[in-house]
Design a binder for this molecule. Structure first.
Ligand SMILES: *Cc1c(COP(=O)(O)O)cnc(C)c1O
Length: 453
């Protein structure tokens, strides 16, 4: 625990100097800030010494828990050699080793690794790559993109252009390039107005219509496979992803899969697209890449795409992109250690029973009066709260129901963050069954406390 005056000082400085992301600071400065001092396994500890289960994996990225010995040591070992050197020109040892390892574990056919620092840049790179690919192939009109409604690919202008969340993405509308939005397969609130069972995935017909009319102008389609994260943890029906893949092939559109969230085991397999046995043309990876330790991202592409950028110096072909910290040795060393842990600790095998356990336990939420929908994908669960279960009428945003549930949970030692009125549960993959039970009990109680008022 920290000294009381230092703690008060930190709280004051936080309010004076920091501007928090996605936060109304006028509200923030009225509250006592939660300041994390340390972590251990699935737990976070604040400056008062209070412990919390890290119920959202420190913003969806932690895999092996905090202060994982093997990753800590890999970073320390690398630190004794060098912290950073650039990939613009020279190479470095961990970046080379990791690129080889990523290609080995990636969906078959993805052969080339382009590094950046975060999920947004990984997708930005993917979008630029797909655009430039067609330019070099002589398809000069392929300058537009397709994305899904409720999709989220990052906060840079490029990735916001392909974003489908009105609240975030509406604010910058005038600045965007042309993107066609296709309906999201959000079964609980089906955009086609159908019942899940006999829908025949008719939302794919809408996508096909977009392709039919515009394929000559479309460079690529970008989507989050299996589950759309920030848009509300919207889980897709089986067959949707392979349907999109087939349509992209049919209409000569590149498929970019944003596996920033789903990559590295989160859905139960190493990558979500393996559930439907498809390989995209480009995949974007970040959050779990080094166990959630530090900023690192990778965009993997097929040989076909890579080869389109090859040419004589005089042709001036180059992929014009590169960040200062690209392929940072510390981040890459951490990633190598994290990937090794997947094998050594049989992370995916051990995850299977936990996913089943979560599924069974989630049943107890369905009967709650204000729970409209309970969704799960691997070790992600989402509970959509509604004002009226029969009509599916959502809570009004001003009621701040999601936030209130999370504040209640915090009192009982669980840190979670909602998406509007959708409660998100996404602990580190190594969480133990009894810890998962405790987490779910806290959430269940919090929902009852807030919605039964
Ligand atoms: C978090 C996220 C991003 C953005 O990643 P940042 O590292 O926050 O830039 C992109 N796509 C998906 C699916 C994400 O969940």
């Amino acid at each position: 625990m920290l000294d009381k005056t230092y703690k008060e000082q930190l709280e004051a400085w936080d309010k004076t100097y920091l501007w928090h992301p996605f936060t109304q600071m006028q509200d923030y400065i009225r509250e006592t800030p939660l300041i994390i001092a340390e972590g251990n396994c699935v737990f976070l500890v604040d400056v008062n010494g209070k412990e919390y289960i890290d119920g959202i994996s420190s913003m969806w990225c932690n895999i092996h828990g905090h202060r994982k010995k093997e990753i800590d040591n890999a970073i320390k070992k690398q630190l004794d050699r060098i912290a950073h050197s650039t990939l613009l020109g020279p190479s470095n040892i961990p970046a080379i080793e990791l690129a080889k390892r990523l290609v080995e574990i990636a969906p078959k056919g993805l052969k080339k690794v382009f590094y950046s620092d975060n999920g947004s840049t990984a997708n930005e790179v993917a979008l630029k790559m797909s655009f430039q690919y067609w330019q070099y192939k002589g398809f000069k009109d392929k300058t537009e993109f397709v994305a899904l409604q409720y999709g989220y690919h990052g906060d840079t202008l490029g990735t916001m252009s392909v974003g489908g969340i009105e609240l975030f993405h509406g604010a910058f509308r005038q600045l965007y390039f042309k993107t066609h939005l296709s309906p999201s397969p959000y079964c609980y609130r089906c955009p086609m107005g159908k019942q899940t069972k006999d829908c025949g995935l008719s939302c794919l017909d809408e996508l096909e219509n977009i392709f039919k009319e515009n394929a000559d102008c479309i460079a690529s389609m970008i989507m989050e496979p299996l589950i759309q994260g920030a848009g509300g943890m919207i889980t897709h029906p089986a067959g949707y992803l392979s349907g999109v893949h087939a349509l992209c092939k049919k209409y000569n559109v590149l498929l970019i899969l944003d596996e920033v969230l789903t990559g590295f085991g989160r859905t139960g397999k190493m990558f979500a697209c393996l559930h439907e046995d498809i390989t995209p043309d480009i995949i974007a990876l970040s959050k779990g890449i080094n166990g959630g330790y530090m900023p690192l991202a990778a965009t993997l592409a097929t040989e076909e795409i890579y080869n389109a950028f090859l040419g004589e110096f005089s042709e001036l072909k180059t992929f014009f992109h590169g960040h200062t910290y690209t392929g940072n040795p510390l981040g890459c060393a951490a990633a190598l250690a994290s990937i090794e842990l997947f094998e050594k600790e049989r992370i995916l095998e051990n995850l299977e029973p936990k996913i089943k356990h979560l599924q069974a336990k989630l049943k107890s939420f369905e009967s709650l009066e204000h729970v409209g929908d309970v969704r799960q994908c691997g070790l992600i669960a989402a509970i959509e709260l509604v004002k009226d279960k029969t009509t599916k009428e959502p809570y009004h945003w001003e009621e701040r129901v999601g936030i209130k549930v999370c504040i209640d949970a915090r009192k009982n030692g669980l840190l979670i963050r909602p998406l509007g009125h959708i409660i998100v549960i996404m602990p580190p993959l190594i969480i133990k069954t009894d810890e998962l039970d405790r987490l779910l009990d806290i959430v269940n109680l919090a929902i009852q406390n807030i919605t039964n008022k």
